[in-house]
Design a protein around this ligand. Structure first.
Ligand code: ADP
Ligand code: ZN
Ligand code: ZN
Length: 804
């Protein structure tokens, strides 16, 4: 009998998107399984591939079918579920199947690592031929077995539990160093450097300009590329000019582990109990139901998760818990470890390649039953999933921005259907589309309206910073906030100060009237481009020069806006020299474990004020915090994103929720230049539903989701003319083939117009119903893959773009 393996190959330079047929040599017939990785001849060389199907038929003449060259796994690394999920991802996100397959594996399995076979029993007990290889040691390189032709015997030994295969990830000693960039400490020097850069090097100018707002601060190169939108070459160029220098920083590789005390189950409140009953009943009935657990901050959503997981474990099933990377704090993971101890695996980006692989192995081998992790943990290779939980389901980080552009929520629902188990989406401020689905009974709504310990929600006060300016107060602290901080310091209570840094420095604001210059066509704030002193709309391409005075009130106090945490820290010291401040931002938390150490110190009362960015918005739960101050509510309101209002409301609600979670009542002070914006006004009430109603209205008016769907087609090329030309071709193709109700905006330049030396253009597709959409996009991709790709064009499609 002939045996044909259908293989998805990994060819980066010339992507192909269908399985190729290879002959399985006789001696490997019972070795190769679906989900194994193999090496196969492709063109002039051997490439990596995944076996996705085994059959006895092929349409290619048999003498043309090449044989599989090498077996990389004798045990599949991907289950049948994962292979099916990859097919779905390919269609649902329009990506290459190889990308979908790769995203499910830990990077240790993507790269070349040595495979080591470990012997677990005395050598006499195993097959004598295998034993001969283990002569000298209890471990041996996989290659030796391969060369000797003992793979079949090896596989039997694995099944008998006599040996196991591990990927050895090279240990790089105990201390790892990372390279960081420290910005020059003298503002005048930086300004001088900027002056000397030629106007043609606009990106360099932009970068040095940005550095002037971050004098003396330390960033990782990646943060700079991301925040400023420049490439490594640009960064190197300005470093050569003396604007910054590279420094080495130590990172501790060993995960920060400590003993976790066990906690017991709490007696549920009535609301919690009602929610749990509905969830466990779906579990017992094997229903793939999606629940939206909408609970105010402090309502005890986590306790509901914990008890639902307990129910799952009792059924002998496994649980996947997703938490946004930013709130995947030790405090958070401890809550799971303290209940389920060794049964919990944790997956986050702070782990080394080796550590991630270890956790993945524990999951694959069934040594753990619960995984708590960031987005990619949704692919945890469990075999019998009983529940999937997404905490803070509204977070934008659940969407992956590179191919495959999947949303963890969609993958969760797919897996829940596969395993016939429920999904819980939890949030105090659900994504608008989730709440809309709950209203339509697509998701089942579970509400926790009161806090678990019946504490009142904190009182929220909005301070109008424009008034402060009129009173002659030019500092970043209002009188009200200064007074409130003073009282807390006197009473030895703790304070959290939140600096909203989203969209940092990129918009222009009038400090007298709070006006932010908007696009006349799109109702979206214009983004400031220092390089040509222009304001630009990233939706429609409209641009104008930065006004000298405010278009609303003619004030000259109009300029771009933003402050760093260090500057805030200095100001607090000036006002309260005795205050003990802990600053928590990317600089102070870059070392492994430092996040936890800072929080622990704050919890022990070693500081009065915790000052930080986004990362303090979540998860903080200390009894002595009675004041939360938001220094600038506006920044996130003016990012070029139709979700800006939603994001702001979410952020303010989350931060406010940090106060008064225990016995002492809490107070929240929000400073803003636009107190009349509904996202800020309604955050004061901390009521989600009125916000939902108001925001839905705005979305309907402007034609955004969830009323309309969006799809984003981006075209890039090293040459700006080529990029523009092919973006126009794409737009033309879409207009010719999609129905006339579909609104196609563009081509326009993308919000980051040049990335890694490629110019980027885009078309935004807005539609309500368009049955042809996927078909037309696939057709466009076909044209791209057969013709455009040769010309160096890159085309990407995002069916659910978040930042546009
Ligand atoms: P959320 O995630 O909804 O913001 P948490 O799960 O963090 O809320 O719970 C807030 C606080 O209430 C925590 O300190 C938690 O231990 C406590 N808590 C939760 N449920 C109960 C309960 N049933 N009885 C007593 N305390 C509870
Ligand atoms: Zn004004
Ligand atoms: Zn516009």
């Amino acid at each position: 009998m002939i045996r044909i393996a259908k293989v998805i190959v990994d060819v980066a330079a010339y992507p192909v998107d269908r399985p190729f047929d290879y002959l399985v040599p006789d001696e490997w017939h019972d070795l190769i399984e679906c989900g194994c990785r193999v090496k196969v001849p492709f063109g002039p060389r051997n490439v990596l591939g995944f076996v996705v199907e085994l059959t006895s038929e092929t349409e290619i003449p048999l003498d043309k079918v090449k044989p599989v060259a090498q077996i990389l796994d004798i045990e599949p690394v991907l289950t049948n579920e994962m292979l099916a999920l990859a097919k779905w991802l390919k269609n649902d996100t329009i990506c290459y199947e190889i990308d979908a397959l790769q995203v499910m594996l830990p990077s240790a399995l993507r790269a070349k690592y040595e495979k080591i076979v470990h012997l677990h029993v005395p050598a006499e007990q195993i097959h004598p031929e295998l034993a001969s290889i283990f002569r000298k040691s209890l471990k041996a390189n996989f290659k030796l077995f391969e060369k000797a032709g003992f793979l079949r015997e090896l596989k039997q030994a694995i099944h008998a539990g006599q040996v196991s295969i591990e990927n050895s990830v090279k240990q790089q000693g105990n201390i790892k160093e990372v390279r960081k960039v420290k910005i020059h400490t003298n503002l005048d020097d930086l300004a001088e450097i900027e002056r000397t850069i030629s106007n043609r090097a606009a990106k360099q100018k932009q970068l040095v300009n940005w550095m002037q707002a971050h004098v003396g601060e330390v960033f990782s190169p990646d943060e700079i590329y991301e925040e400023v939108g420049v490439t490594a070459a640009v960064l190197l160029a300005v470093i050569e000019k003396g604007a910054a220098q590279f420094i080495q920083e130590e990172v501790y590789r060993d995960p920060f582990t400590k003993e976790v005390a066990r906690t017991n189950f709490l007696t549920l409140t009535d609301e919690q109990d009602e929610a749990l009953t509905q969830i466990t009943s779906a579990m017992d009935n094997h229903l793939a139901e999606t629940f939206l657990l909408h609970g105010v901050t402090g309502s005890g959503k986590t306790e509901v998760y914990l008890q639902a997981i307990q129910h799952t474990l009792q059924e002998g099933k496994e649980a996947i818990v997703l938490v946004p990377e930013i709130s995947l704090t030790p405090q958070m993971t401890e809550r799971f470890r303290s209940r389920f101890g060794e049964l919990v695996a944790v997956m986050h980006s702070g782990l080394s390649v080796g550590e991630k692989y270890d956790e993945w192995r524990k999951i694959q081998q069934g040594k753990v039953k619960v995984v708590v992790g960031a987005r990619s943990a949704i692919f945890a290779p469990f075999h019998n999933v009983g529940i999937i939980i997404l905490d803070e389901e509204h977070e934008s980080t659940y969407k992956q921005e590179d191919a495959p552009r999947y949303h963890a929520r969609d993958v969760a629902i797919w897996r829940s259907e596969f395993h016939h188990c429920p999904v819980i989406l939890g949030s105090a401020t659900p994504a608008l589309e989730s709440f809309a689905r709950a209203k339509k009974n697509v998701y089942k709504l579970l509400s926790l309206k009161v806090r678990a310990k019946k504490q009142a929600l904190p009182a929220v006060e909005i301070v109008d910073m424009r008034e402060q300016l009129k009173l002659g107060n030019r500092s970043m602290f209002s009188e009200r906030l200064i007074e409130a901080i003073g009282t807390r310091l006197e009473n030895k209570q703790q304070i959290v100060l939140f600096l909203n840094r989203r969209g940092y420095s990129s918009f222009v604001l009038c400090r007298d009237c709070g006006t932010v210059v908007q696009c006349p066509n799109c109702d979206i704030s214009l983004t400031y481009h220092r390089s040509n002193e222009k304001l630009k709309c990233h939706y429609c391409g409209y641009d104008e020069y930065v006004p000298q005075s405010c278009p609303e009130c003619q004030s000259e106090h109009i300029r771009f806006f933003g402050t760093g945490t260090q500057k805030v820290e200095e100001e607090i010291y000036k006002l309260f020299p005795e205050a003990r401040i802990l600053r928590m931002d990317v600089d102070t938390t870059s070392q492994k474990g430092s996040h936890e150490q800072l929080l622990d110190a704050f919890g022990r009362g070693e500081a009065d004020i915790l000052l930080g960015t986004q990362m303090i918005a979540k998860g903080l739960d200390f009894p002595n915090i009675t004041l939360v101050g938001v220094l600038s509510a506006d920044t996130s309101l003016h990012i070029p994103d139709y979700r800006a209002g939603e994001r702001t409301f979410q952020l303010l609600t989350q931060v406010s929720g940090r106060a008064g979670r225990h016995e002492l009542p809490g107070e929240v002070i929000i400073q803003t230049y636009t107190p009349e914006h509904y996202a800020i006004e309604l955050a004061k009430e901390q009521q989600y539903e009125p916000f939902y109603v108001r925001e839905m209205h705005a979305r309907r008016q402007a034609g955004y989701p969830p009323y309309y769907y969006l799809a984003l087609v981006q075209v890039s090329h090293e040459d700006v003319v080529m990029a523009a030309e092919y973006a126009a071709k794409a737009a033309e193709y879409l207009r010719a083939n999609l129905s006339f109700q579909v609104n196609i905006i563009g081509p326009t330049t993308a919000s980051i117009t040049r990335l890694q030396n490629r110019y980027r253009y885009q078309c935004l597709i807005k539609y309500k119903v368009e049955p042809n959409l996927i078909g037309v996009l696939l057709q466009l991709i076909k044209i791209y893959r057969s013709e455009w790709i040769k010309k160096g064009i890159q085309l990407t499609i995002d069916l659910d773009p978040s930042m546009i």
